[in-house]
Write a protein of this length. Sequence first.
Length: 116
Amino acid sequence: QVQLVESGGGLVQPGGSLSLSCAASGSFVRFNAMGWYRQAPGKQRELAGIISTSGSTAYADSVKGRFTVSRDNAKNTVSLQMNGLKPEDTAVYYCYVVSTRGYEYWGQGTQVTVSS
C-alpha cells in the first residue's frame, strides 16, 4: 500500500515563494510519473507540474517559468518550487504518483493561499 505525505502549504503574499514536498512510501514500490495537481474553488482539478523517472517535465501553461517540479528517485519524493506566486495560484495542491505497475495515488491535499 502506498501512502503520500505532503507538506509545505500555507499563506503567502503575491510575488512570494513556497515549496511543497511529498514523500511516497510503500514496500518495493517504484514510481513512474510523480507530480502535483491543483484544484481551486469551483474549478476542476488541473495539472500543475509533473516529472518522469528520467526527469522530463510538463507544466500547465499558467505556471511555466514560475514553478519547478523535481524528484529524488532514491527517496521517492517529489517537490514543487513555486515562485512569483499570484492570487490565481490559490488552490489545494495534491501530490500525484503513478507506480511502475500503473496504479495512481493521490495525496490528501495541502492548501496554498496567495493573498495580501
